[in-house]
Design a protein around this ligand. Structure first.
Ligand SMILES: Nc1nc2c(ncn2[C@@H]2O[C@H](COP(=O)(O)OP(=O)(O)O)[C@@H](O)[C@H]2O)c(=O)[nH]1
Ligand SMILES: [Mg+2]
Length: 380
């Protein structure tokens, strides 16, 4: 496999000159792979780029991708990934810092997992065997670990423990080459969470291997003060975007409820007011229910599930009975369940309404599942 280690640098001249020889020594242990180093330099004033160019005479597999200016960690990686995939035809991309916080000796373990068939291998600090520097302040430890746990829960990716690690290997074919790198949500640190989520959605087989995250060797950290907030924003943005169908579905549900209630009362008091009250209520309820269902059907099609909307009128008409019937199933269930509950636990306000509420929640889950999986199922 052709493996490209992408290393962004900004003022890392002391580190990169020592890291490069160590890495090429490490590569010798895996002679069956074709290793390359791609340094993406943000036009460092300390001459990092120049130094890399000089070292190329000793290391033919050393490459430099100069940026016009420092444009953020995410921007540097995206730029490097494009170059490594396009110009260099890489099979595997490795992300790594220049400052020895990532141990070059861990590279064989990352690559081995890729050989085993994993598509996204993360050097993880928060699993058994992994660690962060004990010298870090409590606040930094807390933000790092807490941030990852928060991301884990909000994104619902429970097989990952370290969402902000900067040491990882990704398979290109079928994975990184399928991602739309133009739309990555951050030019800075938070590109990590977004890329991870995209790889996950792409169906990558993910593996974490434990790493000991060291202290920066020389030079200063380029960590921006707002990294944490940047990541938080990106994670929440992803969650909202992914849940958009669901939020809209809930809003449409309320619109349906108001239509139903409003129309029921208008019909009952104004249209069928002259008839028998019992018959009037029955007709009004049947009509308002049907109209409300039609309204929600249309709103769901053109709004909640607008990303998958059905445009052909024949298909829309053909789907309608399925929509009405499937939406009616939880109502039937709810009716049976409330009846059963008052008969069993007593005919009180609390019992009736608790049962009704449970029925509503089950109905929500049922409807959303049927709508998103069947009626407005995603077609690739
Ligand atoms: N090209 C480029 N490299 C950067 C930029 N920001 C950080 N780096 C490099 O990315 C790596 C990670 O940054 P670092 O300061 O070590 O972050 P920390 O480990 O979180 O403190 C280092 O090799 C930096 O030199 C940037 O804006 N552009
Ligand atoms: Mg670092």
């Amino acid at each position: 496999m052709k493996i490209v280690i992408v290393i962004p640098t900004y003022n890392e001249v002391d580190n990169i000159t020592r890291l490069i020889p160590v890495l090429f020594d490490e590569f010798k242990k895996m002679p069956h792979h074709d290793f390359h180093i791609l340094v993406v330099d943000g036009n460092s004033p300390d001459g990092t780029g120049q130094k890399v160019l000089e070292m190329q005479s000793s290391y033919p597999n050393l490459h430099l991708l100069p940026e016009e200016k420092k444009a953020g960690l995410g921007a540097a990686y995206i730029c490097g990934f494009r170059h490594a995939m396009g110009k260099m035809q890489a099979d595997v991309l490795v992300e790594m810092d220049a400052d020895f916080q990532h141990d070059p000796k861990d590279i064989p373990r990352l690559i081995q997992a890729v050989e085993e068939g994993y598509d996204y291998v993360l050097g993880s600090r928060f699993i058994k065997g992994g660690s962060i520097p004990k010298e870090w302040s409590f606040q930094r430890k807390f933000l790092s670990f807490g941030g990852s746990m928060f991301t884990r829960v909000v994104l619902g990716i429970f097989n990952v423990h370290d969402f902000s690690t900067g040491f990882k290997a990704s398979r290109v074919k079928g994975f990184v080459d399928k991602l739309d790198l133009d739309s990555v949500l951050s030019k800075g640190f938070a590109y990590k969470q977004d890329l991870l989520y995209r790889m996950y959605k792409q169906g990558a087989k993910i593996k974490e291997i434990p790493i000991a995250f060291a202290l920066r060797d020389r030079g200063d950290s380029k960590m921006e003060k707002n990294n944490f907030m940047d990541s938080l924003k990106v994670v929440i943005k992803i969650r909202l975007r992914e849940s958009q169908n669901f939020f809209r579905f809930i809003v449409v549900g309320f619109a349906g409820l108001f239509t139903d209630l409003g129309l029921f009362n208008i019909l009952r008091t104004l249209v069928f007011s002259s008839g028998e009250p019992e018959i009037s209520a029955r007709y009004s309820s049947a009509i308002s229910g049907l109209v409300a269902m039609t309204v929600t059907y249309i709103l769901n099609n053109y709004w909640s599930f607008s990303d998958r909307k059905v445009t052909s009128i024949t298909r829309l008409l053909r789907n309608a009975p399925l929509y009405y019937i499937s939406s009616y199933i939880p109502i039937l269930f709810r009716s049976w369940f409330t009846g059963y509950s008052v008969a069993t636990f007593g005919n009180t306000f609390l019992v009736a309404n608790t049962a009704f509420f449970i029925g509503v929640v089950i109905g929500l889950v049922w409807n959303f599942t049927v709508y998103s999986r069947i009626i407005w199922r995603k077609t690739k």
